[in-house]
Design a binder for this molecule. Structure first.
Ligand SMILES: Nc1ncnc2c1ncn2[C@@H]1O[C@H](COP(=O)(O)OP(=O)(O)O)[C@@H](O)[C@H]1O
Ligand SMILES: Cc1ncc(C[n+]2csc(CCOP(=O)(O)OP(=O)(O)O)c2C)c(N)n1
Ligand SMILES: [Mg+2]
Ligand SMILES: [Mg+2]
Ligand SMILES: [Mg+2]
Length: 324
């Protein structure tokens, strides 16, 4: 594989944004920032055998997810994505065609959101594949949805369904044999190809005050982050958690997947109870599933309580943690 040929072959022939002054090909990218907006920047890394395995993820899948998880962080701020940069450490066993396939996976999403690849870095490694994606997005001035915005009496909500990705991972890792009556493809797809909730985030950003977080490490972890950043106590009802009917039939561990599994890349957050009905209505119009799962109860502590119906217990900040 030749580094310069590879870069040449992954350089997009045309760009969506005319604000890009210098894209791939110089020491750094240059773009003209818009006035009246705030720029949002995030970066996330995916590592072979930590975030995916090559036995079940194709290079396209890996590329798709590496970009999706970053778009999800932009969505969790209420913004929309515009540019991305990709840094890869590629095992010497990989072919140039595999790397190009990874970029095709990214391009599937880039096309959808009209995002431009404006730079990156390429190195070889004798070890595992590492993909780091940086995304730059935009939000209208002052409209970012911060984790610190939750207030007592707010409604706590979540989009989509919980636990599907963790179930998909467990299926892919062959940790159990699913009942034959259950269609498993949905769970696997949710794990390999999560769909970032950009539209939901955009709707949220138009409201006065919405706290938002995307679910990478599990609902429990993300809600605890909101509780900590806002210095509030959040109470959620177990019976209100949106889970697919099939999930509860798949494995007895389904509740753990829903609360602590992670990688659903849904959005969870809080909004004033006066504005909740309008957000719900707007989501319904756009066919975005969104559901109340609890309320913000006080601003003395920074914790999350799970109400199971028979008892109220602390929902600890357990979930995926790289260093534990
Ligand atoms: N190694 C690091 N150096 C600097 N900032 C970091 C590092 N790792 C994480 N952060 C920052 O810590 C915050 C939480 O990170 P993380 O839990 O990875 O967020 P997310 O789950 O949304 O990706 C973010 O603001 C992120 O930018
Ligand atoms: C092979 C494999 N084992 C375990 C997991 C589960 N997993 C890995 S990282 C992670 C959490 C999300 O990744 P992280 O790097 O913490 O992303 P961030 O929170 O920064 O968005 C989970 C649930 C996986 N996806 N693949
Ligand atoms: Mg991160
Ligand atoms: Mg996040
Ligand atoms: Mg994380």
């Amino acid at each position: 594989m030749d580094e310069f040929d590879l870069i040449h072959s992954i350089t997009p022939p045309t760009l969506h944004h005319s604000s890009v002054d210098v894209g791939i090909g110089d020491d750094a990218a240059v773009y003209t920032a818009n006035r009246g907006v705030q720029e949002i920047v995030c970066v996330d890394t995916m590592v072979e055998d930590v975030h995916f395995k090559l036995d079940y993820s194709s290079p396209q899948d890996i590329g798709y997810k590496a970009l999706a998880v970053n778009i999800s962080d932009i969505a969790a701020m209420g913004g929309f994505p515009k540019f991305y940069l990709v840094s890869i450490a590629v095992p010497t066993t990989w072919q140039a065609s595999d790397v190009r396939a990874m970029y095709e996976g990214m391009n599937e999403l880039a096309k959808l959101y009209q995002m431009d690849l404006i730079g990156g870095d390429s190195v070889s490694t004798s070890d595992k594949l590492v993909v780091t994606v940086t995304v730059i997005g935009e939000v209208e001035q002052g409209r970012a949805c911060l984790r610190s915005s939750a207030k007592p009496n707010d409604i706590v909500f979540v989009t989509g369904e919980l636990g599907c990705s963790a179930a998909g991972l467990s299926l892919l890792l062959e940790e159990f044999s699913p009942p034959v009556s259950i269609e498993t493809a949905h769970f696997i797809k949710r794990h390999k190809r999560p769909e970032p909730r950009v539209m939901a985030g955009r709707l949220c950003s138009a409201f006065e005050r919405v706290a938002l977080n995307d679910i990478s490490d599990g609902l429990a972890s993300e809600l605890n982050e909101i509780a900590e950043a806002s210095s509030v106590t959040i109470e959620i009802e177990e019976s209100l958690l949106p889970v697919r009917q099939d999930l509860s039939k798949l494995h007895p561990q389904w509740q753990k997947w829903a609360l602590f599994g992670g990688e659903d890349f849904e959005l969870t957050g809080t909004i004033s109870n006066l504005e909740w009905d309008l957000l719900k209505e707007q989501c319904k119009k756009l066919c975005i599933p969104i559901k109340q799962i609890g309320v913000v109860i006080e601003n003395t502590g920074s914790s999350v309580i799970l109400n199971t119906g028979s008892q109220r217990m602390a929902l600890e900040k357990k979930g995926y943690n790289h260093f534990r």
